[in-house]
Design a protein around this ligand. Structure first.
Ligand code: ARG
Ligand code: GLU
Length: 708
């Protein structure tokens, strides 16, 4: 085993050749990229970015909440992230009198900064390679089950042995699909307060219409502050802000917390993802979103009620369409297949070739088997649970298990939880939408899944309703109590174990149980089994690729998939050609906002204040040298979900903006990266400062930042 690890380490240390863009690099190993970064224009060192012996930029980057990145921009713990990352907190602090989502929020003094209990910021303090310790005891003869057990025991022991001696929270994270492990020391901050946010028609300008799209004009930022021991946190490092802006070809890097990528999948998996699963999800969501749109356009109240549901479904929907198209245009499957051919060739010369070739061949069978369960899961979640009535009724499954022996306290607790779920549900529920969704989704579900792969309720439609989904849906919505807040509350108020029998017969409960039972009994375990098998094969295939790529494709980038740990990615500023005869410039301006302005379209409303500033051209020192107000720009950084809010930095490590999206054409970069179309979108820091300073007049924040 030692030898395997040794060769692995050697491979990981092979330095990379000068080539831009692709890759999300482990900051502790950034020395290996330093020469390339400097050749591309970087004027600082890897040690300035990540060091454990002195303060460095890593001490100013945090995982914000569960899924975004934030950066510290003052010596008093001031934190910037995206508006869409702070959204939930802005919403939570909003009331009818103080609607911060609509109006924006600006704490004019530190006392006005609003606590956000439950919100955390996680800062990486140190990371150490513990691969050898984690894999200790594993030999070539170890079975997959034994391996999993040994690894989990080893990890447990490592954590136990170090946790007691450190103030930081430690964890062990797997890289390269179980081929490398790092021990992470994180400082967790639990007192984060809300400091500022622009109104949504700035912070979310363009809304879902422009989501994933370039050119973009969103002022996607919000401001928080880290407190420690009740006082503003004094960080070891904070970013200096540059007012220089960017030019085509400038070196940039992004430092943040990318969540998940799958760059080393076999062709069969990418094919399944892009050509089987995503098309179905996109199709189902298109149908649902069409229904939402129809009713949202008719009624302002419904538009608000379904805004967040629409955004939730729409984000993935739009991204996956981009992935499908990108994979097709870029010939992603063909490229993966060609790679696999050369992998087989290489294996002929490699001692352990049998293991690798077997893994690669086995993928076909496992994915073929997995497809059934993957589709069953997809229809269950995307079609079945998209029917809000059924999803809501599913919450009541637990209450149908109450018996006369259940302690009263437990019942009370359950009833109270369901009462609050009921209030939340009906606040944003519009039955005509749901009925139409139900008909459409059940029809799609029934048509797509073979009889033995359908929950019983779908077969009942055939038996009891002569296959007429509409009449079943009529029956479902007219007979169930779950369409009426009053009836549900009455049921909860008067609940006794004796009522279980009756509620069990409610058609929404029957439908929910039928779908859930089918999933749990026939899909879940099988799906997990396939997944475990796939993971083992992927680990082996990854190990093979880690040996083969540096030998056969020295120009190809080898970096671990995103796994929610801190990474550095770098690339140059620049526009691109998304398709034939179309060229995109690399920045947008306030003029573009005014061109998009339309008081009748929710996503394109511009406030009077912003228009006034625009008309007065009152940009102060935040104007570009061309005199205009730059809003957003694109660059070739390899980012993904989780990188939202990440600092985008210039050659000197000074803050240029906040990453908030990718261009739609390049969203396939989670599976295959193509530098010609994969671009990240950032809001220009000068627009952010202009809004804080000139728009909101919150100059105290400007004063505490370091601006050059
Ligand atoms: N596409 C971005 C991301 O994946 C932004 C999503 C939020 N914005 C929106 N308009 N829905 O998170
Ligand atoms: N908006 C995404 C996020 O919230 C970033 C876009 C992407 O997937 O690159 O993390």
């Amino acid at each position: 085993m030692k030898k395997v690890i040794l060769t692995l380490t050697i491979i990981l240390c092979i330095s990379t050749i000068v080539r831009a863009d692709e890759g999300m690099w482990i900051p502790a190993l950034l020395q290996k990229n330093e020469a390339e970064m400097q050749a591309m224009g970087m004027k600082i060192t890897a040690d300035d970015i990540y060091s454990i012996t002195h303060s460095s930029m890593k001490d100013a980057v945090v995982l914000f909440g569960g899924g975004c990145t934030g950066e510290i921009v003052s010596d008093q713990g001031l934190l910037l992230t995206n508006h869409h990352c702070g959204f939930d907190w802005i919403q939570k602090h909003s009331t009818v009198e103080h609607d911060y989502l609509t109006e924006g929020f600006w704490a004019m003094t530190m006392e006005e900064e609003l606590p956000c209990p439950g919100l955390t910021a996680k800062m990486l303090r140190n990371m150490v390679d513990v691969t050898e310790k984690v894999l200790n005891g594993i030999t070539n003869e170890t079975t997959d089950e034994e391996r999993a057990k040994i690894i989990s025991d080893n990890i447990k022991n490592i954590i136990e042995s170090v946790q007691k001696d450190t103030e930081y929270k430690v964890s062990v994270e797997s890289f390269y699909i179980g081929n490398q492990y790092f021990l992470m020391y994180n400082e967790i901050f639990t007192d984060i307060r809300m400091v500022g946010a622009p109104p949504s028609n700035i912070g979310k300008f363009g809304g879902d219409t422009d989501n994933w799209v370039w050119p973009r004009h969103t002022g996607d930022f919000s401001i928080f502050r880290i407190y420690k021991d009740g006082k503003p946190y004094k960080p070891d490092y904070h970013f200096t802000i540059s007012l220089d802006g960017v030019e085509e070809g400038d070196f940039t890097f992004v430092f943040g917390y990318p969540a998940r990528t799958n760059e080393y999948l076999p062709a069969v998996a990418v094919d399944q993802e892009a050509n089987v699963v995503y098309p179905v999800v996109v199709d189902l969501r298109t149908q649902i979103l069409d229904i939402y749109n129809k009713y949202q356009e008719k009624d302002a109240k419904v538009r608000l009620q379904y805004a967040s549901k629409h955004a939730g479904l729409g984000n993935g929907w739009k991204k996956w369409m981009g992935v499908i198209e990108g994979i097709r245009n870029f010939k992603g499957i063909e490229k993966k297949k060609a790679f696999e051919e050369s992998f087989y060739d290489w294996c002929q010369k490699e001692r352990r070739r049998v293991i690798y070739t077997r893994a690669l061949r086995e993928f076909d069978d496992v994915y073929a088997e997995y497809e059934k369960y993957r589709m069953a899961t997809t229809y269950f979640t995307e079609a079945g649970l998209s029917i809000e009535l059924i999803e809501f009724a599913a919450n009541f499954a637990q209450i149908t298990e109450v018996t006369k022996d259940t302690p009263q306290e437990e019942i009370d607790e359950l009833v109270n939880a369901l009462k609050s779920a009921t209030a939340t549900f009906f606040k944003d529920y519009y039955q005509p939408i749901d009925e139409e969704v139900a008909v459409t989704m059940l029809e799609a579900y029934r048509a797509a899944q073979p009889e033995d792969f359908r929950p019983e309720i779908l077969n009942e439609i055939d038996k009891k309703f002569k296959g007429n989904v509409k009449s079943y849906v009529n029956y479902l919505f007219s007979k169930s109590i779950f369409t009426s807040e009053e009836k549900v509350n009455k049921f909860l108020d008067e609940f006794t174990p004796a009522k279980v029998k009756k509620i069990e017969k409610d058609p929404a409960i029957v439908a929910a149980n039928s779908m859930m039972d089918f999933y749990v009994e026939n899909v879940m375990a099988k799906s997990r089994e396939c997944n475990a098998k796939i993971n083992d094969l992927r680990r082996v295939y990854m190990e093979g690729q880690m040996k083969m790529i540096p030998e056969v494709y020295p120009e190809k980038r080898l970096y671990p998939d995103a796994n929610f740990t801190l990474r550095v990615t770098y690339g140059k500023v620049g526009g691109f050609k998304p398709k034939d005869a179309v060229t995109y410039g690399y920045f947008t301006t306030l003029d573009g906002i005014m061109q998009k302005e339309n008081p009748n379209i929710y996503d394109y409303v511009v406030t009077d204040r912003l228009r006034e500033l625009y008309e007065a051209q009152d940009y102060g020192r935040y104007a570009d040298k061309d005199g205009s107000m730059h809003v957003a720009f694109i660059a070739g950084n390899h980012t993904t979900g989780g990188n939202s809010g990440s600092p985008i930095l210039n050659a000197e490590g000074k803050l240029l903006g906040l990453n908030f999206d990718r261009t739609w054409e390049g969203t396939m970069s989670d599976l295959i990266y193509d530098p010609s179309i994969c671009k990240n979108i950032s809001v220009d820091i000068r627009y952010v400062l202009f809004l804080i300073d000139k728009y909101a007049g919150c100059t105290r924040l400007i004063d505490e930042m370091t601006i050059e």
